[in-house]
Design a protein around this ligand. Structure first.
Ligand code: ATP
Ligand code: TZP
Ligand code: MG
Ligand code: MG
Length: 269
């Protein structure tokens, strides 16, 4: 993947302003909507079982996130997911906290059985736990696991036949036959809640534009990491509060010049 692909996809996101339908958690709802707006996409949060199928059908992408799940939300996610599948709308799934409780792990499995997921995005522990492997998880944060995230992403992609994104210090984007690593980002992203969830939604915006979900997800991760690096430069040592605000500013400002100068991408086939 070259920097031109990343730039062109970002330009198209801003030009087309895709509608991204989110069924997400109560912690990150506002940050997700503001992050998508800053990027140039159009967010909507809609949860009622009476409307989710209609909303998913007209969206450019559907993002499902189990961060604060309950049975009503899971029902709505499955209804929305099936409608998106029928309409050819890409589905992104963020299995927040899978492995932390049996209910989360079981609900994630149920959603993935009922809905064809196009992109699975989580930390290493979440992806391991939905792939039937053990990896320590502390609430919603990845614990220390011993595995190789590149191999884990490949295996999850192969098993689920979907693009899999494992984020962390390096972001791994895998499909059955390709692997891309993104080395952008900053540890300050771990000090602001919802940065993983927002990335899943940003991947949704890119998937609405680019049908190749590996290129879409890798482009999204690169833009996101570059915005974080720029936000650190602007907010300096101020801390997570200033960083969060500046990160939204920088999501709206990433351009061809930053991408050309700062994208750190490794592509394997
Ligand atoms: P967790 O709950 O384990 O923090 P998450 O769902 O919040 O997981 P992250 O893995 O934190 O997701 O990824 C969110 C963003 O933060 C991604 O863009 C990722 O590249 C970035 N990121 C996470 N850790 C680091 C790090 N150590 N250095 C640079 N960027 C990081
Ligand atoms: N608790 C339930 S959902 C959530 C918390 C803290 C937000 C998790 O967001 P992220 O993006 O995984 O850090
Ligand atoms: Mg994080
Ligand atoms: Mg997360």
């Amino acid at each position: 993947m070259n920097t031109e692909t990343i730039t062109q996809t970002l330009i198209q996101v801003r030009r087309q302003r895709p509608l991204v339908h989110n069924i997400t958690n109560v912690v990150v709802t506002n940050f997700t909507a503001n992050g998508l707006l800053a990027l140039g996409a159009s967010p909507v949060m809609a949860y009622a079982k009476e409307e989710v199928a209609d909303m998913a059908r007209i969206a450019g992408a559907l993002v499902l996130n189990i961060g604060t799940l309950d049975e009503e939300k899971v029902t709505s996610m499955i209804l929305a997911g099936k409608a998106a599948n029928e309409a050819g709308v890409p589905v992104i799934f963020d299995p927040v906290g899978a492995g932390a409780t049996a209910y989360r792990t079981e609900a994630a499995a149920r959603i993935m059985n009922e809905v064809k997921v196009d992109v699975l995005r989580g930390n290493a522990a979440e992806i391991a736990n939905v792939t039937g492997k053990q990896w320590e998880i502390k609430g919603v944060d990845a614990g220390s696991g011993a595995g190789n995230t590149r191999e884990l992403a490949k295996e999850a992609a192969r098993r689920g036949q979907m693009t899999t994104v494992i984020t962390g210090e390096e972001d791994v984007i895998a499909s059955e036959d390709s692997l891309i690593l993104i080395h952008n980002g900053h540890p300050m992203l771990t000090k602001v809640t919802g940065t993983g969830c927002l990335l899943s939604a940003v991947i949704g915006a890119f998937c609405a534009i680019e049908q190749n979900t590996v290129l879409a997800a890798a482009s999204a991760a690169a833009v996101y990491g570059i915005a974080a690096e720029a936000a650190m430069k602007m907010s300096g040592e101020e801390g997570p509060g200033s960083f969060q605000v500046e990160f939204l500013n920088q999501l709206s400002k990433v351009d061809a010049r930053n991408i050309e100068a700062f994208a750190r991408v490794e592509t394997f086939n």
